[in-house]
Write a protein that binds this ligand. Structure first.
Ligand code: KIV
Length: 294
């Protein structure tokens, strides 16, 4: 792909205005970021889902700011032009406005992010406003918010009935008033997502498992390629079974080493005869006839 110019917030709003869907994926490491950049992905989220997909925890809750910064820096090195969003981990913004602003600032200063994302509705509006006042673009996240999965009754569809759907729509309005530039709707019914998108003002609505009628789509990278062994959610589409390709390759490697079929001469380097003779005599201390003492 030809060098792309840096993706900015105005570029995203231009796409929205033209009705062009915005593409968004999670990413946690340098090589994957490189490929996502080559594929022309508009936005990258370094999600705290890395706790599950990369670190093997059962939830996102143990993820720290240090984990997030380290992975986000690696992603930025691989994807210099994508619009990069750092996901604020559990308890990096909930305790106070000041803590929220400091940690949002770390994503910008230490990992060259373009924005941050945090979970929650009306109750998080003061945090959003404080971060936005500090000049940091904020993405909200409503519906299934994994940091509150326990309170929400697990990883399930949110806003199924009119009353709960109204709460999500109200939360979206509150976040917009607080100053978010965008809102991710995760796992809400398609009609609720469409309604919120139609009624949104100067804000970009993104869908994760919430239907086609938002301004763009997000998927978890590992779900696209069968790379998360524990489960693949229904909302994900598997574009290739990279997990199987990797496992087959690993089994072949183990088999070949065991059978002494790897390495072959093309996989290693020889040494010139004269140099080798000299090495033997050097190791020998110049004495001929002795076995080398390696
Ligand atoms: O951490 C993450 O990847 C997320 C997505 C589930 C939206 O927040």
């Amino acid at each position: 792909m030809a060098e792309r110019k840096k993706m900015t917030l105005p570029d995203l709003f231009t796409k929205k205005a033209k009705g062009e869907p915005i593409t968004w994926l999670t990413c946690y490491d340098y090589p994957t970021a490189y490929f996502q950049e080559q594929a022309g992905v508009d936005m990258i989220l370094v999600g705290d889902s890395l706790g599950m997909t990369m670190l093997g925890y059962d939830s996102t809750l143990p993820v720290t700011m240090e984990d997030m910064i380290r992975h986000t820096q690696a992603v930025r090195r691989g994807a210099p032009t994508a619009f990069l969003i750092g996901d604020m981990p559990y308890m990096s913004y909930q305790p106070s406005d000041e803590i929220a602003v400091r940690n949002a600032g770390r994503f910008m200063a230490e990992a060259a992010c373009d924005a941050v994302k945090l979970e929650g509705g009306a109750e998080m509006a003061p945090r959003v406003a404080a971060i936005a006042r500090a000049g940091i673009p904020v993405m909200g996240h409503l519906g299934l918010t994994p940091q509150s999965a326990s309170a929400l009754g697990g990883f399930r569809l949110q806003g199924k009935d009119a009353e709960r759907a109204r709460k999500i729509a109200d939360d979206a309005r509150m976040l917009e008033e607080a100053g978010v530039f965008g809102i991710l709707l995760e796992l809400v019914p398609d009609r609720l997502c469409r309604l919120i998108t139609e009624r949104a003002g100067d804000v970009i609505i993104m869908s994760l498992g919430s239907g086609p009628d938002a301004h763009g789509q997000l998927l978890i990278y590992h779900d696209l390629f069968g790379l998360y062994p524990k489960f693949t959610p229904r909302m994900a589409k598997r574009y290739a079974d990279a997990g199987k390709v990797i496992l087959d390759g690993l089994k072949a490697y183990v088999g070949e080493v065991t059978a002494r079929e790897f390495p072959q001469p093309e996989n290693y380097f020889g040494m010139d005869d004269r140099e080798y003779e000299e090495l033997l005599s050097l190791l020998d201390g110049g004495r001929k006839g002795d076995e080398p003492k390696l």
